[in-house]
Design a protein around this ligand. Structure first.
Ligand SMILES: *Cc1c(COP(=O)(O)O)cnc(C)c1O
Length: 383
């Protein structure tokens, strides 16, 4: 952090990562599904209540496994928000699936559950809610719709670790859920992820798909005498060094989350003033959701020019960001997906969203400095 430059993210290390990696190194345990992977699986199963947790290379890999597990066929439709990361859609497109983009809710940027039912056709196979910023989608309604129409639910819980909806952990509510441990998330291993298998009937095939389509996991447990090719799969499991790193993080996951929540609340309090001045609006956390402070974002007022705000912040050495380019307006999204209904909220809000620097341990002083800068900029920068 030279020149007083404030980065957007600063990956938190707990200090134990290298010890655990060294242990694996000295023991010669390098391939996947070693002792650290097992510990990570147990932690995830204990803290989410899922039936089976499986580490993957990434959340992307977890979603790709989900598409294989659901046996998505060419032409099958999958309902999802357009306001999301590319992997939500890409994982299903790889199997020939067609993403059907539905608009989002203004308060949470999450899939608008009130619009889902009208988007269902005889080809619909699954709904993929994305818990944006670690704030739960309206899962009760989504699960009821899925049940009524015999659809599967895959939660993109990439940002959702240790967050919950009505007391249930994000990622553990649908048939399947996927976490990300990418460097920019709350709990990290560089690249990394996990698939949470909540439907016990999918657990056995999930293991097979993750191990190149073989029953090697059962062989390792001594349940079969040899392992053979069972069905289409790939290599989705990370090596032990990644799991060793991740274990150091999972041990501290609650501490990391609590620390982030303190910083999140500090932003939230400081920004209340700007909301009353109608310069921006702050995120809304529904009563029944516990979030995990994955992200602090604001929605700039319509008369504020976001490009100018970003530019001025850069000038002040503050690295603020925006995302996502809605998938329905991207080249691949247009080619492989289709839109159901209007995308008014997605289109409008994706142009106004600004994400503020946030990491575990960001100093309150730095946050004050960021908010001071934003305050000055907002009163100057009009369209
Ligand atoms: C980060 C993220 C992903 C991708 O996670 P990887 O682990 O990098 O594959 C997918 N969906 C959402 C919503 C994300 O935020």
């Amino acid at each position: 952090m030279k020149n007083n430059f404030i980065p957007f993210n600063w990956p938190h290390m707990t200090g134990k990562e290298l010890d655990y990696i060294k242990e694996s190194y000295l023991k010669g345990r390098l391939a996947g599904d070693g002792p650290y992977t097992k510990r990570c699986h147990e932690w995830l199963e204990e803290h989410t209540g899922c039936n089976t947790a499986l580490l993957t290379h990434s959340c992307t890999a977890g979603l790709e496994m989900a598409a294989l597990l659901l046996d998505i066929q060419p032409g099958d439709e999958i309902i999802m928000p357009s306001y999301t990361f590319v992997s939500t859609a890409n994982a299903f497109v790889l199997r020939g699936g067609v993403p059907v983009f539905v608009d989002i809710r203004e308060e949470t940027m999450n899939l608008d559950e009130r619009l889902i039912e009208a988007a269902i056709t005889p080809k619909t196979r699954a709904i993929v809610p994305v818990h944006y910023a670690g704030v739960g989608c309206e899962m009760d309604t989504i699960m009821q719709i899925a049940k009524r129409h015999d659809l599967k639910v895959v939660e993109d819980a990439a940002q959702g670790i240790l967050a919950s909806y009505k007391g249930r952990v994000l990622g553990s509510i649908g048939d399947l859920g996927a976490y990300s441990f990418h460097e920019t998330k709350n709990v990290i291993s560089g690249e990394g992820g996990a698939l949470l298998v909540n439907d016990p009937e999918l657990a056995h095939r999930a293991e097979i798909i993750r191990e190149k389509g073989t029953d090697r996991s059962r062989f390792f447990r001594g349940e079969v005498e040899k392992y053979t090719w069972q069905e289409v799969g790939s290599s989705f499991l990370p090596g032990e060094l990644i799991a060793a790193f991740l274990w150091a993080q999972l041990e501290n996951a609650q501490t990391i989350t609590d620390g982030r929540l303190v910083s999140w609340k500090h932003y939230h309090e400081l920004l209340a003033f700007f909301e009353t001045r109608e310069l921006l609006s702050r995120p809304v956390i529904p009563e029944h959701c516990h979030h995990n402070a994955h992200m602090y974002y604001v929605l700039l007022a319509p008369h504020i020019d976001r490009e100018k705000v970003l530019l001025e912040l850069k000038r002040k050495k503050i690295n603020s960001l925006f995302h996502y380019v809605p998938l329905h307006s991207s080249p691949a999204g247009k080619r492989y997906g289709r839109v159901h209904g209007t995308m008014v909220v997605t289109n409008r809000l994706s142009e106004r969203l600004l994400r503020l620097p946030l990491w575990f341990g960001i100093e309150a002083e730095k946050q004050n400095q960021i908010i001071d800068s934003i305050g000055g900029i907002l009163t100057r920068v009009k369209r």
